[in-house]
Design a protein around this ligand. Structure first.
Ligand SMILES: [Zn+2]
Ligand SMILES: [Zn+2]
Ligand SMILES: [Zn+2]
Length: 344
């Protein structure tokens, strides 16, 4: 229906002219302009005395060809890649000023695909005026990612001189992005060490239950070369800790070395998590439970927090990571696992 209207109007004579900054006059049909842009509709419908000329609508401040591309869009709702390449930024401004949301969307996408070190600061300044928050954020991220180069551009220097508030805003964003990154990195590191603790406990449990490669359950003959389990690196470290713990001379003399301490922590962690201490084969499991009850070790807030973090790291990893990815990640961390085990 609307298209028919357009066609029939387009066939009729143009009744307005658009004046561009180069002095070019583009003939147009007021009905079409008014249908697509409420701002142009207002201008067209406003009483004659408020307009500079009855039949001329000035669109100044952007290149002539950008205005031509804009008028073309008002007629056929399309915009070529070439026009976007050359006048994307201008079309964005025009679409904002004349309230043409579809074009604005198209420009936001088009301009964001064409961001470069050279133009990003200009676009950033413009998007603030055009109320294009997505594009604004994308520019900020680009500036953050390539700040060393952006800082050298003319655009940046100009902005520094003329818009110190924007500079401040950008620097603030960069600072926040960096601390966000640091936080995430720290969180990931923490999560992975909790996850390794949880893996260590799992290995300890299965070693004490059915044995693994060199260490078997304490009351059963070591199994004859059982196949290694899938957490091989962690499992091996735990087996070494178990062997050390059994043989450590310093421990026999009443002292505890750092490796014994790690084993001790792992055994206590297991006991805190274990829900069947009566049938459990992990050494000291029941003793730890009893001790916790007697000495109210359970009230140790720091310890409780560690247990909670280990449990939640395990739950998170099994909830959010597909199995294959998790295995890949383990492979990646294999090298560092032995080291991570030192935190036990
Ligand atoms: Zn194992
Ligand atoms: Zn020791
Ligand atoms: Zn247990």
């Amino acid at each position: 229906m609307e298209d028919n209207n357009h066609n029939s109007t387009a066939a009729s004579e143009p009744d307005v002219q658009i004046l561009t900054s180069g002095g070019l006059l583009i003939p147009a049909h007021s009905t079409i302009l008014a249908t697509v842009s409420p701002v142009l509709e207002n201008i067209i419908q406003s009483p004659v005395k408020h307009r500079r000329s009855e039949r001329v609508i000035p669109i100044l401040g952007v290149p002539c060809d950008a205005v031509s591309a804009f008028v073309e869009y008002l007629y056929n709702s399309t915009c070529t890649e070439e026009q976007m390449e050359k006048y994307g930024i201008h079309l964005l401004v025009l679409s904002h000023v004349y309230l043409v949301p579809q074009l604005k969307q198209r420009c936001t996408r088009g301009v964001s695909e064409r961001l470069t070190v050279e133009n990003v600061v200009d676009v950033l300044q413009l998007t603030r005026l055009c109320d294009a928050p997505d594009l604004y954020l994308k520019c900020l991220k680009q500036v953050t990612a390539r700040f060393k180069s952006v800082e050298q551009t003319e655009g940046w220097k100009f902005m520094q001189d003329h818009d110190p508030w924007l500079e401040l805003e950008i620097l603030k964003f960069i600072h926040e992005a960096e601390s966000r990154k640091k936080r995430t990195r720290r969180h990931k590191k923490e999560q992975s060490s909790y996850l390794q603790l949880s893996d260590g406990i799992e290995c300890l449990e299965h070693i004490c239950r059915e044995g693994c490669t060199t260490v078997g359950p304490y009351n059963i003959e070591p199994a004859k070369k059982p196949r290694p389990c899938d957490k091989y690196a962690t499992c091996e470290s735990v087996q070494m800790l178990i062997k050390h713990f059994a043989l450590c001379k310093r421990r026999a003399n009443g002292f505890r070395c750092s490796r014994c301490n790690r084993m001790w922590q792992l055994l206590r962690l297991h006991s805190s998590i274990c829900d069947h201490p009566d049938s459990c084969r992990v050494p000291l499991c029941r003793q730890f439970k009893l001790k916790a009850q007697q000495q109210k070790l359970g009230d140790d807030a720091k310890w409780k927090l560690l247990v909670k973090k280990v449990l939640s790291a395990k739950a998170m990893s099994s909830l959010y990571l597909p199995k294959r990815k998790r295995e890949e990640e383990l492979k990646e961390t294999k090298g560092s696992t032995a080291q991570a085990l030192k935190t036990f």
